[in-house]
Design a protein. Structure first.
Length: 235
C-alpha cells in the first residue's frame, strides 16, 4: 500500500488552521485570499482546514472553505473526513452543508466506522435522521462487527434505537464477539433501550446454551421486562 504524502506546513498555513479551529472567519478569508495558503493544505496527519472547521462546528468557516473550492472528500491518514468529524460531534448544519455539496456518506474511518455510526455513538438524533434520509446504510458495521444499532444501545440512546429499528436496523445483529444490542442494553441496565428493542421481537436466546440477557443482569426491572417476553415465546 502506498503511503500518503502531505504538503509541508508553513507559518501561514498554521495560522489558517488556527483560524479554522477558532472560527475566526475574517482571518481565514484573509489568508485564503492572499493566495499564499492552499485551501486544501494539510497538517502532518492529513487533516485539512475543512476537517478542522467541521470538527469544531464553525459553519461560517465551513461554508467559506466550500465556496473557495475545498475538496470535501479528502481523507486523513486514519480515513477521517470533514463529514465524519461533523457527524461525530453532532454539528447538524455542517453535516447538511457537506452533504449538499457532495460529501461521500459512505466513507469510513480505518476501523470501519461510518458517519452514521459516529452519530449513533453520540446520540445525535437530527444528524442520524438526515444521514439515513441521505442514503446512509443503517446496518453498516465497523470491522469488529459493531453496527450503529449496537453502539446506540450500548450508549443508552433509546430514541436513536427506535429510529434505527423503524428504518430497518437488524435487531439481532451481533458483533464478532457474539454480543447483540439487547445483550449490551441488558448488561448496561438501559430499560428504555430494552423496551424499544422488545417492540421488534428480538431473539432472546443469543448466547451458547440459549443463555438469556436476563441472566446477565441484576436489574429487577429488566428481568421482568425480558421474562415477560420470554414466556410467550416458549409456549
Amino acid at each position: 500500500m502506498c503511503r500518503m504524502s502531505f504538503k509541508k506546513e508553513t507559518p501561514l498555513a498554521n495560522a489558517a488552521f488556527w483560524a479554522a479551529r477558532r472560527g475566526n472567519l475574517a482571518l481565514l478569508k484573509l489568508l485564503l485570499n492572499s493566495g499564499r495558503v492552499d485551501v486544501d493544505c494539510r497538517d502532518s496527519h492529513g487533516t485539512t482546514l475543512l476537517m478542522v472547521a467541521a470538527y469544531a462546528g464553525h459553519i461560517d468557516c465551513v461554508r467559506e472553505l466550500v465556496l473557495q473550492g475545498a475538496d470535501i472528500n479528502l481523507q486523513r491518514e486514519d480515513g477521517g473526513t470533514a463529514l465524519l468529524a461533523a457527524s461525530q460531534y453532532g454539528h447538524m448544519q455542517v453535516v447538511e452543508t457537506l452533504l449538499k455539496h457532495g460529501a461521500n456518506i459512505h466513507d469510513q474511518l480505518y476501523d470501519g466506522a461510518t458517519a452514521l455510526f459516529l452519530a449513533a455513538q453520540g446520540g445525535y438524533l437530527d444528524v442520524i435522521r438526515l444521514l439515513l434520509a441521505s442514503g446512509a446504510k443503517v446496518n453498516q458495521p465497523r470491522q469488529d462487527g459493531t453496527a450503529p444499532l449496537w453502539i446506540a444501545s450500548q450508549m443508552g440512546h433509546s430514541e436513536v434505537v427506535r429510529v434505527m429499528l423503524l428504518r430497518g436496523a437488524d435487531r439481532d445483529a451481533a458483533r464478532n464477539d457474539g454480543t447483540t444490542a439487547l445483550l449490551k442494553a441488558a448488561n448496561k441496565g438501559y430499560n428504555d433501550v430494552i423496551k424499544e428493542l422488545l417492540k421488534f421481537s428480538p431473539t432472546l436466546g443469543i448466547l451458547k446454551a440459549n443463555e438469556l440477557p436476563a441472566e446477565l443482569t441484576k436489574n429487577e426491572r429488566i428481568l421482568r421486562l425480558l421474562r415477560s417476553k420470554e414466556g410467550p415465546r416458549k409456549s
